[in-house]
Design a protein around this ligand. Structure first.
Ligand code: ATP
Ligand code: MG
Ligand code: MG
Length: 370
């Protein structure tokens, strides 16, 4: 099987690594340059969407901010999975919110803002404090504002108006501020036959809007609630592939923050912590193969490596530590790789993370500072 991935970043790279044992070959399509590249070496192996589509058996995506004409051409080939509708929802918070409402899945109260009058209506409808997010193009907490005090309204409106004017079809989605006590996410897969498997929930720590630490957790009641919401969303889209749901945990009641119609950073721990990793399960799903077991094999956490391209060798020498570099050029705050940390018990895992915090530069691992 030959799978074409829209996007040529680390997620396509890790799909390629996971596909090799199953004889699933990956090529990646760089949406900006329209180059077809080898996902491990970034070597250019072809050019243009039409030729990329022609050589593929299946087409999928590693990110959601894809121009709609590209998605539409892929859709017409009949080869695209999970569904272009899901990718469009992941890339536009207006579509995403409507989808969650449709699937009757709890999410934060919201209001769509296109102009200043809407902003005033949003303040009435949603109330303060509120979180304001650009409808298009947001990731890693970029394109967001926090409105706490009515005195901030004019300043924030000036910035939001600039954002709306800068991009065609842009809008702002106002959301009630959710006083969550933690954030969790559920990664799972839906097969062509409608079967659904989910991994254990991950508890996530974000630092300045960027995921820094994900830890697989074992909480039966929360897991059941999350799986029900996952299944409702996946079924409503007739989804095929790996899907991630990010949640706010409000003392045991989950609200969906957002969806990611793809393999997800909070599922990287599955490479060492689950029977079948998320990358393999995504490929199994889109290739029409049976889904693999999502069982936890040992307590595992994932630490993102932010803005750093070297690590002390002691980390590689540490049992249970697995380093994954993405081969990307170093930039401040950029996701350069991750470390999966495994141990035999949850307590031993906490101890191992603590021991790592003594060896690692805290700028690259902000979650370990605490
Ligand atoms: P990602 O990289 O996960 O796609 P994003 O830019 O799409 O990020 P969100 O996940 O919507 O952004 O928001 C980033 C973070 O901001 C959340 O993980 C959460 O910590 C906080 N946040 C977002 N929305 C709210 C809200 N309504 N109430 C409280 N905190 C929020
Ligand atoms: Mg997002
Ligand atoms: Mg998010």
């Amino acid at each position: 099987m030959h799978v074409l991935v829209l996007g040529a970043g680390q997620l396509a790279r890790m799909m390629s690594l996971a596909g090799a044992p199953l004889n699933v070959e990956i090529s990646a399509f760089d949406v900006a340059s329209e180059n077809i590249v080898h996902p491990l070496t970034q070597t250019v192996i072809g050019q243009g969407l039409t030729s990329a589509i022609a050589r593929a058996d299946v087409i999928t995506a590693e990110f959601e901010h894809i121009p709609h004409p590209i998605l539409d051409e892929c859709e017409q080939s009949g080869k695209f999975l999970p569904t272009t509708e899901a990718i469009k929802a992941g890339g536009d918070r207006r579509i995403e919110k409507a989808l969650l409402d449709n699937a009757k899945v709890r999410n934060a109260k919201y209001y769509v803002i296109n102009n200043r009058t809407d902003f005033d209506a949003a303040i009435q409808h949603v109330g303060l404090p509120m979180v304001l997010k650009s409808a298009l193009g947001g990731y890693d907490g970029k394109g967001q504002w926090r409105l706490k005090d009515p005195a901030q309204v004019d300043t924030i409106w000036d910035e939001m108006a600039q954002c709306i004017d800068a991009t065609p079809n842009q809008a702002i989605v106002a959301e009630e501020f959710v006083p969550f006590h933690r954030e969790v996410s559920l990664v799972g897969a839906r097969g062509k036959d409608g079967s659904v498997v989910v991994y254990p929930l991950a508890e996530n720590v974000h630092t300045d809007g960027v995921l820094s630490l994900s830890t697989a957790i074992d909480e039966t009641a929360l897991q059941a609630q999350a799986k029900q919401m996952f299944t409702a969303v996946a079924n409503s889209l007739d989804y095929v592939g790996v899907l991630a749901l990010e949640f706010f945990d409000l003392d045991g009641e989950l609200l969906v923050n957002e969806i990611a119609p793809r393999v997800h950073n909070s599922g990287h721990w599955t490479q060492q912590g689950a029977e079948t990793c998320q990358f393999e399960n995504h490929l199994r799903a889109v290739c029409g193969l049976p889904l693999g077991s999502t069982a936890l094999i040992r307590p595992t956490a994932m630490l993102n490596i932010l803005g750093e391209d070297t690590l002390p060798e002691s980390v590689l020498a540490e049992a249970g530590c697995h380093v994954h570099w993405y081969g990307k050029e170093k930039r401040a705050g950029r996701k350069m790789g991750h470390i999966n940390v495994c141990a035999s018990t949850p307590d031993a895992l906490m101890n191992k993370l603590h021991a790592l915090s003594q060896q690692l530069d805290s700028d690259a691992f902000p979650a370990l500072k605490r």
